[in-house]
Design a protein around this ligand. Sequence first.
Ligand code: GN1
Ligand code: MG
Length: 365
Amino acid sequence: MQNNDKLNEIVFQFVSKDDKTKVKPLGAGHINDSFKVETSDNEYVLQRINHAIFKDVPQLQNNILRVTEHVRKKLEDKNVSDIDRKVLSFLPTHDGKLYYKDEEGNYWRLMYFISDSKSYDTINPELARRAGLAFGEFQKMLADLSDGPLFETIPNFHNMEFRLEEFKEAVKNDKADRLKKVSDLVKDIEARAEEMTKPERMHREGLLPKRTNHCDTKVNNILFDSNDQVLCVVDLDTVMPGYVLSDFGDFMRTGANTGEEDDTNLDNVSIDLDIFEGYTKGYLENAASFLTQVEIDNLAFGAKLLTYMQTVRFLTDYLNGDTYYKTKHKEHNLERTLAQFKLLTSMEDNFDKMQQIVADAAAKN
Ligand code: GN1
Ligand code: MG
């Protein structure tokens, strides 16, 4: 971890030198490192961008600039109040760049901290409905982004065929000598591969469009104000073309889980149908107008898919010896895998109900 002098020096690439700067760690992301920065007159979030994962930082930051400027313009056109708390804004460096590259080759960025905001890891159905409205609105606002599609910051990010290729490679190489511990799970994953690669086939057949998606719609990527009204959608690294069922599904994977993402007590883990319903209602209220029937029919499937995908991604990383996700201990990726797989089986058991909830909500819009 960087020491404070070093972090201050990085902050001063973006703002003028200040004796009162305080920097402390922030958040629980699995990829980037985040810090809260307080100066005499402002609060910021400083992030070290993981460039082993986001390989083209200039393009990544350019995407984020396009997205935030577009959203800001939409909010201005609607005369929304308090816009600075409703869309992120990033500071350029003194020489006008959207990131700073230090001597060690690390990439950094600085954005304003959204004041009096909070995020939740566990929510209730009403907050889920508000989150659904927010992510629906987010997709809607970005539907007419000018200058063509966004850059794919991680190629094939939510492409299940690609994720299975990576997984097969990891099984074949068994780099960390862990395969023998997980051979049953490997079979469980293989048994579902055909079903889970359906979106890619549908896309090739012209049945499923790509739209500008958030691609990391975790429940804690929504900021609420002190009255529990949604302020802002954050974590824009992966905003890029994708299937809407992915964004819908990733929220359910995180927000509609009665347990934790890495819960070691699997009895805690199951699909919360009330949260599922709350989010679905909110989401469709804003999104039904631009979705096709095929997209709507596949939303509930998206919840299974993203949970399966995360199972595969955690297990792949476990087999590779923990090279992608930050881990707290050496079995962490396996614990995450097992919890995600348990959630998947709970969704499978409740799939008819999930489909019915989507159909009922769609009928009202
Ligand atoms: C990562 O860093 P974080 O928590 O925002 C990952 C997501 C996964 C998630 C698993 C770039 O997101 O795709 O769904 O962990 N982001 C990247 O919780 O891989
Ligand atoms: Mg993220």
